[in-house]
Ligand binder design. Structure first.
Ligand code: 5CA
Ligand code: ZN
Length: 413
């Protein structure tokens, strides 16, 4: 699939070429972990949208969070191989298409296009490979061939769907670290089928679903049908990034079962670890509840933009919260972000200001320390406030600060 148009990213000065490696919280180990190589290419996979509704602040927050990692790596002189999927065939998409009387493909195409427009407006650097579930079907089939009968099996009774035996991976459970009862409960809530008869273990997950009446299906050696959800991301990541890539990312609602299952499937199929780190962005809520398409309590990027809100203010509102925290969207947050944006623009709009070399080091240090955007915002606030108070004489500083905000935070002043 076509991704979206890339923003221009300025290059910041780094006279001696050295950098502090970036550390982020790895869900599997529960610890801060250095991610990315010292040189060469960093490899990142972030789970993409299921395109049945418009981008809300929760999605935006997740993609902006990983965009920070992307930008920090680029600032370190690394190339970034970024891959993202689009789950353009799945139950919720078919259900929404059915309920609204539209063609499922048209729904997916329209919502994916709206997502691209939102991501571009938010200056999110696009993935190099943007891959739909439908176009990934040959990759899924290829991956399925790598399993033996102990790890992938067919149900004994019709419809004889194919399942992955989670316990064929000795490391199963190590991504999210949940106890059995919690895992079972969450599996049931997030698309799993713990009660399905004929499975070897209640947590075993669907990898190939045989054709159902009135549903789209594709020919395969496993029968006519369509892929399960987790195997889609395992197959895409493995194909484009190879094994043991740097970071698997997404919102924290994906840690289990989605990232647990994809990691196990890929590990069993290839014999190598899936990702070195599993990084999760916090959940964004509205009025005390998780924002979700199924609940319908949505603040949409496209709606705010249509109402004239500056996308850079939306981005700043997101960045004011640490990527790992759970928080709720409020109008006040947006107002504060608009005010901050105006102050930054006034300070960088001056012909001269206070020097900003230390500020560059501060922002870099904050971002290398678990992507601490709120701390980076605070550092720029302090520079801007001081620069609006005092007549500085550094004529390079306003341009440098505009480049810092743009390159490291994705905020174009
Ligand atoms: N297509 C799958 C991933 S393969 C999927 O989860 N799609 S989604 O459209 O439901 O979500 C897209 C991304 O947004 C995921 O990374 C998910 O974790 C994240 N996300 C969804 N809701 C929220 C929320 N309320 N707050 C933060 N992130 C969210
Ligand atoms: Zn995924």
């Amino acid at each position: 699939m076509q991704a979206w148009q890339a923003p221009q990213v300025p290059t910041l000065p780094r006279p001696n070429g050295e950098f502090d490696p970036v550390r982020v919280q790895d869900t599997a180990s529960g610890e801060l972990q250095t991610v990315g190589p010292r040189s060469g290419t960093a490899r990142l996979y972030v789970c993409g949208i299921t395109p049945y509704d418009a981008t809300h602040m929760g999605h935006a927050n997740t993609y902006v969070s990983f965009d920070l990692l992307h930008r920090v790596w680029r600032d370190q002189g690394l190339d970034v191989h970024y891959v993202q999927n689009v789950t353009d065939i799945d139950d919720p998409l078919l259900e929404r298409a059915d309920a609204t009387g539209v063609d499922w493909q048209e729904l997916a195409e329209d919502q994916t296009e709206l997502f691209r427009t939102d991501m571009r407006a938010l200056r999110v650097i696009p993935p190099k490979d943007y891959i739909g579930a439908v176009e990934s079907i040959p990759l899924v089939v290829e991956l399925l061939h790598k399993f033996g009968p102990d790890s992938v099996y067919q149900l004994p009774e019709a419809p004889q769907d194919w399942y992955f035996a989670v316990h064929s991976d000795p490391d199963f459970g190590q991504v999210a670290g949940l106890d059995h009862d919690t895992a079972l409960a969450i599996f049931g809530e997030r698309g799993g089928d713990p009660e399905r008869a004929g499975k070897r273990h209640p947590l075993d997950c669907l990898v190939w679903q045989l054709e159902r009446d009135g549903e789209p299906a594709w020919d395969s050696p496993f029968g006519r049908g369509r892929p399960g959800w987790h195997i889609e991301c395992a197959a895409i990541a493995e194909h484009f990034l190879g094994t043991t890539f740097d970071v698997q990312g997404g919102g924290s609602d994906l840690a289990f079962p989605h990232h647990e299952m994809s990691a196990s499937e890929a590990a069993v199929a290839t014999g190598e670890p899936f990702a070195k780190a599993f990084v999760h962005a916090g959940m964004v809520g509205l009025d005390g509840e998780k924002m979700s398409k199924s609940k319908g309590n949505l603040v949409l990027v496209s709606r705010l933009r249509a109402g004239g809100t500056d996308p850079m203010a939306i981005r700043l509102a997101l960045l004011a919260n640490h990527y790992r925290s759970d928080w709720s969207w409020t109008d006040a947050l947006l107002t504060e972000a608009e005010e901050r944006l105006a102050v930054w623009r006034r300070a960088t709009g001056r012909a001269a200001a206070l020097p900003a070399t230390d500020l560059l080091a501060e922002v870099r240090a904050a971002m290398a320390d678990d992507l601490d955007a709120p701390r980076a915002l605070g550092a720029i606030d302090a520079w801007a406030a001081a620069s609006l108070n005092v007549d500085g004489d550094d004529t390079d500083a306003p341009g440098l600060v505009a480049d810092i905000a743009d390159a490291l935070l994705g905020v174009k002043l």
